[in-house]
Design a protein around this ligand. Sequence first.
Ligand code: ADP
Ligand code: MG
Length: 321
Amino acid sequence: MLSEFDLIKQYFVRPLPGRAALGIGDDCALLVPSPGMQTAISSDMLVEGRHFFAGEDPQRLGHKSLAVNLSDLAAMGARPVAFTLALALPAAERAWLEGFSRGLFALADAHGCELIGGDTTKGPLNICITVFGEVAPGRALRRSAARPGDDVWVSGTLGDARLALAGHLGELALPAEALAAAGTRMHTPTPRVPLGVMLAERSLAHAAIDISDGLVGDLGHILEKSRVGATLNADALPAGPVLATQPQALRRAFTAAGGDDYEICFTAPASRREAILATGAECGTPVTRIGRIDDAAGLRWTDAAGAPLAVELSSFDHFSG
Ligand code: ADP
Ligand code: MG
């Protein structure tokens, strides 16, 4: 039987020292802040049955647990530095711990983000990560910073994670191959860290948020905090490759309101368009302009030709098609 301390030592302590002044093993970790930088901090909890299905593949779960946290740093324009991991496990199963830590550290290493501590306890499966990042003062991409006249942009593609969920729940019949392809978006999202960091460091964007609950809801937070409104082109929303093959009504509904894609929605002055496109190309993350910020509160839709659309794309209830 694996003791709590053996478990931590075997699966979470890394052989090489990291950049923390003190990592796992004492009452606290010690981090030395880079001179002049602000620390960005965020926590996200993943609960079995709520955020993922029981029996989920542990390697994918390790990836996703950290990915959703890194996505918050990306949306703030902060560079990842370190994270803590609080884990409630029903049992100390080696196969699960091996898979989970493999998925977790593959992503952590790709972003130079070091595990510096945490807590481990027995209980229903629950994974809580806190990430620490760095951003220069005044550069963080805050929700409150959108301005009338700004373009609204989104990274990558939207809706495939929601499409996969619809397939899993039996709301839609999808061929197995399409379901698997869309499922990779739901299970192993790519946090847009390089894009977020470059947007902030180059002062290209005003406001940003990561899309975890759907574009409409998440952009709504920017609109509310910035006291502005927006007009979006429903047909400009970039659909994921699997969703792109589906009928228009479904494409519109799932790109507008599907959750779990972990793309970044950001606003930026029109004068930055070319620099933003170049930055997206530089970091290998496509960016698409989907509308603009207005003075008038609320969210309005147009079609590709700019004609007003009288659709409600705000929730799954309106999905028809
Ligand atoms: P304490 O009793 O002070 O809470 P613990 O005995 O829980 O400390 O943890 C011992 C050390 O192991 C601490 O440095 C803690 O941060 C670290 N730790 C515990 N669980 C984890 C985990 N799941 N991942 C990484 N580090 C962990
Ligand atoms: Mg403890």
